[in-house]
Design a protein around this ligand. Sequence first.
Ligand SMILES: NC(=O)c1ccc[n+]([C@@H]2O[C@H](COP(=O)([O-])OP(=O)(O)OC[C@H]3O[C@@H](n4cnc5c(N)ncnc54)[C@H](OP(=O)(O)O)[C@@H]3O)[C@@H](O)[C@H]2O)c1
Length: 235
Amino acid sequence: MNKANIKGKWALVTGASRGIGRQVSLGLADYGCNVVLHSRNLANTSALAEELRAKGVEVRQVHAELSDPAQVEAMLSSLLSEGPAIDILYNNAAIQIGYHPDWVKTPMDDLRKSFEVNVTALVRICFALIPGMVERGWGRIVNVTSGVKDQPEMTGYAVSKAAVDKFVLDTAPHLKDKGVLMNLMDPGWLRTDLGGPNAPGSVESVVPGALVPVLIDDGTVAVLFHAQDWAGKEI
Ligand SMILES: NC(=O)c1ccc[n+]([C@@H]2O[C@H](COP(=O)([O-])OP(=O)(O)OC[C@H]3O[C@@H](n4cnc5c(N)ncnc54)[C@H](OP(=O)(O)O)[C@@H]3O)[C@@H](O)[C@H]2O)c1
């Protein structure tokens, strides 16, 4: 791992306003990484932006409802035309809609919405930012997945995360020799708005483990990192 590697680089963290994305943003800033904070509304990241600036890094804020392709394109085109160039992409934002005990009655709209936000937007953001990383010969992409299994009550969420896994497994090997390391991160079940109050882990426990796939410098790609493996440890 190379902690100096990310000092002065720029990261885009989607879903940075709260939960895991907020912790990842704070953790990146602690290593001197500049951060573009994404959420659906600039006001949602204003306080965090000030918190990060107080750590001495540069911060930008962007907004996009990820289920709306026009908003995703507007965010990406302003990033690509005005910068900053993104070296680290932390695709963290996701939705988990509903819990359906009678899962054969799951509304198909749940699947559509889950895929729009959790898969289509994630892939689009990757495809927009990968060429710049390849051109500069350096990049880190972390796509956040989930350990959810055996829960058909959350089919939309579960199958969308499986699609993210498949995307990374198929794509990452094609980037390895270009200096772009793409991997997966499972945060563990944590107390956030998405994870709910009954989750066993605190949201703070996601760091430092969630930063490991950003700090690696050994050519690792297409690997699933479990953030909880590093909970309470030094990296
Ligand atoms: N918490 C867990 O136990 C757990 C377990 C496994 C995996 N994960 C994964 O970890 C990641 C983060 O989860 P979390 O628990 O931190 O979630 P969270 O607390 O609900 O935060 C979600 C973040 O995503 C943004 N967001 C939500 N819907 C969006 C939309 N439609 N368009 C754009 N942005 C949207 C939110 O921004 P605004 O609302 O401010 O716009 C917020 O910053 C997700 O990929 C999740 O699947 C979480």
